[in-house]
Design a protein around this ligand. Structure first.
Ligand SMILES: *[C@@H]1O[C@H](CO)[C@@H](O)[C@H](O)[C@H]1NC(C)=O
Ligand SMILES: *[C@@H]1O[C@H](CO)[C@@H](O)[C@H](O)[C@H]1NC(C)=O
Length: 231
């Protein structure tokens, strides 16, 4: 009987892993995790150009402010070579839990971090970290094992090269982690441009800072409208 139950459990688990399930982000269910975006670790990142990556790290942190999401920051051994979080990130979240791990590689192994995640009461975790195949994926896989929906912001996770990023992303995806870029995450959280808190004006102000192509399109449109008005 027990082995039958185990067999059925294994079949159900296999089905979940194989079939992609479309899960939408919902700003009332989501929390944001900032994992080891440390300045020393950032020097290891080779799959994004440093200027772009720095912007993506700050943009990731700012998703929490834009949608008023519970946000948790964590670092690994920050008094050593890994370094601190960028000031731009900590300034965005002066009152957020900030868990400085002294040893645990997987943030989920740290009881204080785990308690902070549970205390959010949220079921969807938006995460990014350095490096992708360690800090991001170990935590993403642990969260999946605990039953959380996980949305990995692939633009704000970096590693040594594209091959390792692809391997780490494939591993996460196999466990049902949703791999998305910043614009996808923001658009899904916003859901409808007519929504408020934030409204479209606020989302475009965010884009204007962090997503140049969308910002340029919006500026181009508003310039066209105002010149039409002046004609
Ligand atoms: C988000 O979830 C809440 C309940 O948790 C629900 O009331 C709401 O309709 C959902 N919003 C969207 C856009 O799905
Ligand atoms: C969007 O929200 C901001 C802040 O609450 C407010 O100042 C602004 O008027 C709103 N814009 C629109 C178009 O509703």
């Amino acid at each position: 009987m027990k082995s039958q139950v185990l067999q059925i459990t294994a079949i159900v688990a296999a089905t979940i892993v194989q079939g992609y399930e479309f899960v939408r982000l919902n700003k009332t269910d989501a929390a944001l995790l900032i994992v080891d975006h440390q300045i020393g670790l950032a020097t290891l990142v080779r799959d994004y150009e440093p200027t772009v990556f720095r912007q993506s790290v700050i943009a990731h942190a700012a998703i929490g402010n834009l949608f008023n999401l519970p946000t948790i920051m964590t670092t690994s051994a920050e008094t050593g070579p890994n370094g601190k979080l960028p000031k731009e990130v900590t300034d965005l979240h002066p009152n957020a839990p900030y868990i400085k791990r002294n040893g645990e590689v997987d943030a989920w192994d740290n009881p204080e971090f785990k308690a902070a995640v549970k205390a959010t009461g949220k079921s969807q975790m938006i995460i990014a970290g350095i490096v992708t195949e360690v800090c991001t994926s170990f935590l993403a896989l642990s969260l999946r094992a605990e039953g959380y929906e996980v949305f990995a912001n692939t633009e704000a996770s970096g590693t040594f090269n594209d091959k390792l990023a692809a391997d780490a992303n494939r591993r996460m995806e196999g466990a049902g982690v949703h791999l998305m870029g910043m614009f996808g995450i923001v658009a899904d959280l916003q859901r409808d441009w007519r929504n408020t808190s934030p409204n479209a004006t606020e989302v475009f102000a965010y884009m204007d800072k962090y997503q140049a192509p969308v910002a340029l399109m919006a500026r181009h449109y508003s310039d066209a409208i105002s010149s039409a008005g002046n004609a």
